[in-house]
Write a protein that binds this ligand. Structure first.
Ligand SMILES: [Zn+2]
Length: 90
């Protein structure tokens, strides 16, 4: 019975060895892939940036810079926020 055990161990050993050696050597990660033609990088959809966004110092809301109300301490989304923030400043 011991012989059968060792035969099985050896069979398993050679099976694993053969499996590792018999693995096809596929060039899966070749640096120069012929599928992709050389050229400019793929054009990413360019988002039109219409306006810079600023953050309201009082509430943290983002809004177009053209709507910003400059005040003490930063930009504000509304006169109310500017007034309340400046009131908190003292
Ligand atoms: Zn605000």
């Amino acid at each position: 019975m011991k012989l059968l055990f060792w035969v099985l161990v050896l069979a398993l050993f050679f099976f694993v060895l053969g499996f590792k050696r018999g693995r096809p050597d596929r060039p899966s990660a070749s640096p120069a892939s012929p599928a992709r033609p050389a050229g400019p990088p793929p054009a990413t959809p360019v988002e039109p940036e219409p306006e810079a966004m600023v953050r309201c110092t009082a509430c943290g809301m983002h809004f177009p810079a053209s709507d910003a109300l400059p005040g003490r301490g930063g930009q504000f989304c509304s006169a109310e926020h500017r007034a309340s923030f400046e009131a908190r400043l003292g």
